[in-house]
Design a protein around this ligand. Structure first.
Ligand SMILES: *Cc1c(COP(=O)(O)O)cnc(C)c1O
Length: 396
C-alpha cells in the first residue's frame, strides 16, 4: 500500500460524517416565485436569501443580458489595472444615492467587501472588536487585519464599552457587526453601538448583507430601520441577497471610498464584477425603490410564519425579526433529519450547523420570500411542527 500525504483527508471526512457535520453539494435550479428544482423535484424554496424574488425577475435578467451584450461577459482585470465600465460607475453612483452616502465602491463579493475593508482600516497597533455572532467574513477580516482582535458577547454594548476603555491608547479602534444577524435574524443595537463608538472615538462598520432591500421604510437596511443613517457609519453590503445579483459594496464618505480604492486588497487584487451583474443590480435597485409592496408583502409573510409557528408550538428566538426565521434544534444530526423530512414534504430549508453557528445550536434557517403564497407558508409551519416535535416525542 502506498501512502499519500493527503490520506488524512479521508479520516477527517469520516469524522465529519460521524458528527453529522459533513456538507454535501447538490444541483439546484431556481424557478422563481419561491420555488426551485432539486434532483428533478420541484420544492418550495425556504433556503434562499433572494428575499424579494428579484434573481428571476425578467427585468433584472434582461438587464444582465444587455450588460453582457454591450460590454462583454468578463471585466478583463482589476478595475485599477484596466478601468471599469460605465455600468460599474453607474452602479457605484446608484448605491451611494440609494444609501444617501457620498460615495460607494464595488467588490467581487460581500465577503471580499468586509475582509478588504477591515484590513484597509486597521492593522498592527490597532484594535478591532467584533460581535460574537457576526458573519464569518467579519471574523476573517478581523483575523487577517493584523490588529488586536477582541470578540464581545452578542449585542452586549456594556462589555464592548469596557473593552474599548481598555484600549484607549491604541492608534485606531474599529467595531464590526452584522446589521441583521444572518443566522439569528435579530438586529444589532445600532443606536447604542453608535453611542459607544462616539464615546471612544472608534470607527463602526455595519454589514447590511441581510438588511438591504428588507429593513427600513425605503429598504435601506438596519441603519435606516433603527434611525442611525446620519451617524458616522461604514456600511458594507452585498448585491447577492435581496438585490438578487452578485457582488459586494461599501458606502461612506468620499475619503473612505478613496482610501478603499487605495488600500482594500480584495478589491485591488481581484477582477472587477462583470458588467452584467452591475446592470442587473441597477435594475434590481430600481425595483426595490419603485415597488415597496414587495418589502411590505415580505414583512407580512414573515409575520405570518412566526405566528403560525407559535400557534403550532414551535418557538422562534424572540428577538428575531423579518424573513430570517431560525428554529433552533440543537443537535446537528437531528437538524439534518428534520430538514430531510421537510424536503420529503416539498420544502427546502437551510440546515445550519457548526461552525456556521455555535456548538449545540444547529438550526433550521427558514427564509421567507415576498412571493411565497400564504397557504404554502401555513403548510410549512405545520410541517415544521410535525417534523420537529415528532422527533422530540420519540425522545431521540
Ligand atoms: C452572505 C453574507 C456575506 C457575504 O456576502 P456574499 O456576497 O455572499 O459574499 C457577508 N456578510 C453577511 C452577514 C452575510 O450573511
Amino acid at each position: 500500500m502506498s501512502h499519500s500525504p493527503l490520506d488524512w483527508l479521508a479520516d477527517e471526512l469520516s469524522s465529519l460524517d460521524a458528527a453529522g457535520l459533513r456538507r454535501r453539494q447538490r444541483v439546484v435550479r431556481s424557478l422563481g416565485g419561491g420555488r426551485c428544482e432539486v434532483d428533478g423535484r420541484t420544492l418550495w424554496d425556504f433556503s434562499s436569501n433572494d428575499y424579494l424574488n428579484l434573481a428571476n425577475d425578467p427585468r433584472v435578467i434582461e438587464a444582465a443580458r444587455s450588460g453582457s451584450s454591450s460590454h462583454g461577459t468578463g471585466a478583463r482585470a482589476s478595475a485599477l489595472v484596466c478601468g471599469r465600465t460605465e455600468w460599474h460607475e453607474r452602479l457605484e453612483s446608484r448605491l451611494a444615492a440609494f444609501e444617501g452616502a457620498e460615495a460607494a465602491i464595488l467588490f467581487p463579493s460581500g465577503y471580499a467587501a468586509n475582509v478588504g475593508t477591515i484590513g484597509a482600516l486597521v492593522g498592527e497597533g490597532d484594535v478591532v472588536l467584533c460581535d460574537r455572532l457576526s458573519h464569518a467574513c467579519l471574523v476573517d477580516g478581523c483575523r487577517l487585519s493584523g490588529a488586536r482582535f477582541r470578540v464581545y458577547p452578542h449585542a452586549d454594548v456594556d462589555r464592548l464599552d469596557r473593552e474599548l476603555a481598555k484600549h484607549a491608547t491604541a492608534r485606531r479602534c474599529l467595531i464590526v457587526t452584522d446589521g441583521v444577524f444572518s443566522m439569528d435574524g435579530d438586529l444589532a443595537p445600532l443606536p447604542e453601538l453608535c453611542d459607544a463608538a462616539e464615546r471612544h472615538a472608534a470607527m463602526l462598520l455595519v454589514d447590511e448583507a441581510h438588511g438591504t432591500g428588507v429593513f427600513g421604510h425605503s429598504g435601506r437596511g438596519a441603519a435606516e430601520e433603527l434611525g442611525v443613517e446620519n451617524r458616522n457609519l461604514i456600511r458594507t453590503g452585498t448585491l447577492s441577497k435581496a438585490i438578487g445579483a452578485q457582488g459586494g459594496f461599501v458606502t461612506g464618505s468620499r475619503d473612505l471610498i478613496d482610501w478603499l480604492w487605495n488600500g482594500a486588497r480584495t478589491q485591488m487584487f481581484s477582477t472587477a464584477l462583470t458588467p452584467a451583474m452591475c446592470a442587473a443590480a441597477c435594475a434590481a435597485l430600481d425595483i426595490i425603490e419603485n415597488e415597496p409592496q414587495r418589502r411590505e408583502g415580505l414583512a407580512e409573510k414573515s409575520g405570518q410564519l412566526r405566528s403560525q409557528l407559535a400557534a403550532n408550538g414551535i418557538e422562534v428566538p424572540p428577538k428575531s425579526r423579518g424573513p430570517i426565521v431560525p428554529v433552533i434544534l440543537g443537535d446537528s444530526r437531528r437538524c439534518t433529519e428534520v430538514a430531510a423530512r421537510l424536503e420529503e414534504q416539498g420544502f427546502l430549508t437551510g440546515c445550519i450547523r457548526p461552525p456556521t453557528v455555535p456548538r449545540e445550536t444547529a438550526r433550521l434557517r427558514v427564509s421567507v420570500t415576498a412571493q411565497h403564497p400564504d397557504e404554502v407558508v401555513s403548510a410549512l409551519a405545520a410541517a415544521i411542527a410535525e417534523a420537529a416535535l415528532k422527533r422530540t416525542a420519540i425522545g431521540d
